[in-house]
Design a protein around this ligand. Structure first.
Ligand SMILES: Cc1ncc(COP(=O)(O)O)c(C=O)c1O
Length: 462
């Protein structure tokens, strides 16, 4: 059946049909449902990043907000060839339900990725999940009762905060510095909790090229963390989406390897080394925990997409997955360098930022009187976006002078222009503060010279 003409553009590309939008919810509508909501919805929080994604999808906005890998680097011809082979050779199986734990071929691909960082998990300790995000959710679903303590880094992955809050955990955060989580502060927190008779359910950490701060847990601190967990019999959830995206320095041993898989649960994903659209991640856990996780996953979604698993199996079968990661590394390294250089040129002297050795993000901190949530509203008027620091804290308030900046999802020119625009709105705030308080301005002459009016920037290709 042919589509109505107005759903096809001139060059015959499909456009989504116009959607019917419900008018804004009225107070009366809210009242109708309010009494039905579960207790846990009171503490559910929207992921700040998801909210931002809608705004930043506008083509005129330069978004340094998302965590998007650059999927345009994946050769479309390879994608077409792999999917064609699946259709020709395994159509019925690929379109079918699969085992809750995931296919053994996919587990072998996962083992290959983990071996590249020195780990060698037993296939029975692996479950294939719908992204790393589901793995975090399943761990929380399996372990957290309302009121339980979960420990995370400060700042932490903004997408983990709503997971912990939806299971009504009390999330306590431990500062990071340029060597990752401060283990001395962690030990002090654990002592304090022990005195109150409380025991955290787990410590959630992104030890390598952390999202959002871009910092990496040093080898010494990794060993200290494992020692603490073994002594006190505490679980760590190691979330490692970025370990293979290293642009400089020596690889650090994953916590899972150091511990041997007794106290460390491991979360991995294909999102940043292949594609987030296939929604494929995994969890490694010891058998007693895995048994409960499998039940939790059955209740959530029965199984992870069979088609996506077939795609990964096919792709890894070609044996060139390391080459693709190498190509990502050279693209992202160059973008990181452009971002670091642009920050140097356009941010005030009073600002500081991390120097990530890998991953997709860096973390910039501005003078304390600047609130980055307010600043974002101003920046969006100049068509540029970042993630305000408060999104990375469970209290929604700390980190208010910081921002997360992504360098993987924009071109080098977009990064230069995006940072210039943010630098411009920051300089405005610095000058405003200076003129109100009479304090010495921190904007250097060079920054003043380079941060004039916002230049028109060509919209990104859709
Ligand atoms: C630290 C961390 N964990 C988990 C995820 C979730 O990734 P996915 O569900 O796409 O595997 C992300 C995505 O940005 C992340 O940065």
């Amino acid at each position: 059946m042919s589509e109505p003409r107005d759903q096809r553009s001139e060059n015959n590309v499909r456009r989504p049909a116009p959607t019917h939008r419900r008018p804004h919810t009225r107070a009366r509508d809210l009242e109708r449902y309010a009494g039905l909501f579960a207790e846990r919805t009171r503490v559910m929080r929207s992921s700040a990043m998801r909210d931002l994604m809608e705004i930043t999808a506008r083509p005129e906005v330069i978004s340094l907000a998302g965590g998007l890998p650059d999927t345009s680097t994946f050769p479309p011809q390879s994608f077409a060839a792999q999917m064609t082979r699946i259709a020709q050779e395994s159509s019925a199986e690929a379109l079918q339900y699969g085992p809750t734990e995931g296919y053994s071929e996919t587990k072998e691909c996962i083992r290959a990725v983990m071996r590249a960082e020195g780990m060698d998990p037993d296939p029975d300790d692996i479950i294939v999940t719908t992204g790393g995000q589901q793995a975090i959710d399943l761990v929380a679903k399996t372990l957290v009762d309302p009121g339980d303590v979960v420990i995370a880094e400060a700042p932490t992955y903004p997408g983990a905060v709503p997971v912990f809050s939806s299971y009504q955990a009390e999330t306590l955060q431990v500062e990071v510095d340029s060597d990752g989580m401060r283990i001395d502060l962690l030990a002090a927190l654990l002592d304090r909790l022990a005195r109150d008779g409380r025991r955290p359910k787990f410590i959630y950490s992104v030890p390598s090229f952390q999202n959002p701060a871009g910092v990496t847990l040093s080898p010494d601190r990794r060993r200290q963390l494992i020692d603490i967990c073994r002594e006190r019999e505490l679980l760590v959830v190691e979330d490692n989406p970025y370990g293979l995206l290293r642009y400089e320095g020596e690889p650090a041993e994953p916590l899972y390897k150091l511990d041997g898989g007794d106290y460390v649960l491991y979360v991995g994903t294909f999102s940043k080394i292949l594609s987030p659209g296939i929604r494929l991640g995994w969890l490694c856990a010891p058998p007693p925990i895995m048994a409960k996780v499998v039940l939790g996953k059955q209740a959530s979604d029965l199984c992870t997409s069979t088609l996506s698993q077939y795609f990964v199996n096919e792709y890894f079968g070609e044996g060139r997955w390391r080459e693709y990661i190498d190509s990502l590394i050279s693209v992202y390294r160059a973008r990181r360098d452009v971002m670091l250089d642009s920050l140097e040129r356009h941010f005030p002297a009073a600002a500081s930022w991390s120097h990530p050795e890998g991953g997709l993000f860096l973390w910039a901190t501005l003078p304390g009187y600047i609130d980055t949530t307010d600043l974002l509203a101003r920046a969006l008027r100049d068509n540029v976006a970042f993630v305000p620091g408060a999104a990375a804290y469970a209290d929604g308030a700390s980190g208010s002078s910081s921002m997360r900046l992504n360098f993987s999802g924009s071109t080098e020119d977009e990064i230069r222009e995006g940072i210039r625009r943010i630098g411009h709105v920051v300089s405005e705030q610095v000058e405003l503060y200076g003129s109100i308080t009479g304090e010495h301005r921190t904007t250097s002459d060079e920054q003043r010279a380079t941060s004039g009016d916002v230049l028109p920037f060509p919209p990104r290709a859709e």
